[in-house]
Design a protein. Structure first.
Length: 279
């Protein structure tokens, strides 16, 4: 009788523990933070490649273009060319590294066959998307801080609006992390990824007013520049440093937020459907 009662009590306790143990809640925060931590550690293991190399490349761009276009004697409006160029280069670094982080992570997982380790845990498509996107944003911010610190030493750079700097940093990092996820999901090999980087990301980055003011453009090229979402990211971010912009920062802020939401929905739908993720 005692044995039966003890067994019954243990069964009830076990049932209670299973019931409460399986109840995650509205969101699996532990799962998301674990995945986020894994992705952040992944790029921090090789800081020379993921942080310092982009920093050196950006500083070289600053030095070469500043010297090529007249050094400290060249001005864009009331701002020296170096101070005009620096924010654009920082944003370009955010764009490229946020995209590279999520796209490479997903594609490598697919090629190595361990993408199942990401899909098996009790994480919803929305939670998977959020964890990956935040990791891409983290790498973009890390590179931006490294580049900004180096530029602060080299040139007289100051912040006009921290709100604009932070908003456009987050907005751009999220957008390119989401685009990177789409690229990683759609691509089946590294050649596909290279094509997307070389024919989409790089041209949009260089044609977005990073190295020049689009006010110098005329006719159809001026209109085309306003269709480039990268232009609004760089223009708004630059406004945060020099206090002037080539377009309305409010239009840019609204456009970036809208694109981020649409891209998040697109990535969520791709992961939910298992497109090119499930065997």
């Amino acid at each position: 009788m005692t044995v039966h009662t003890t067994t019954q009590n243990n069964t009830q306790k076990s049932g209670v523990m299973l019931h409460f143990g399986s109840k995650i809640g509205l969101a699996n925060w532990r799962g998301m933070t674990t995945l986020l931590s894994k992705e952040v550690r992944r790029f921090l293991k090789v800081p020379l490649q993921t942080v310092l190399a982009p920093m050196m490349t950006t500083i070289l761009f600053l030095a070469i273009f500043t010297l090529a276009f007249g050094g400290s004697e060249r001005y864009v409006g009331d701002v020296s060319y170096a101070n005009f160029l620096a924010p654009g280069l920082i944003m370009m670094a955010i764009i490229q590294n946020s995209f590279a982080n999520t796209s490479s992570s997903i594609l490598i997982s697919k090629i190595q066959g361990n993408i199942v380790d990401i899909l098996m845990p009790p994480l919803s498509p929305a939670e998977l998307t959020l964890a990956y996107v935040l990791s891409g944003l983290a790498r973009g911010v890390a590179v931006a801080l490294a580049v900004g610190a180096a530029m602060w030493v080299l040139i007289d750079i100051s912040v006009y609006s921290w709100v604009a700097v932070i908003y456009y940093t987050i907005g751009a990092g999220l957008m390119l992390s989401l685009l990177g996820m789409i690229a990683g999901i759609v691509s089946e090999k590294f050649d596909h990824m290279a094509a997307m980087t070389n024919f989409v990301i790089m041209p949009l980055s260089f044609l977005s007013g990073t190295f020049y003011s689009i006010d110098r453009l005329t006719g159809i090229w001026y209109q085309i520049s306003h269709l480039n979402p990268f232009f609004y990211m760089i223009d708004g971010f630059r406004y945060g440093f020099i206090g002037t912009s080539d377009s309305s920062i409010w239009v840019g802020a609204l456009l970036i937020a809208s694109i981020d939401i649409l891209l998040y929905i697109a990535v969520w739908a791709l992961i939910r459907s298992g497109y090119r993720l499930k065997a």
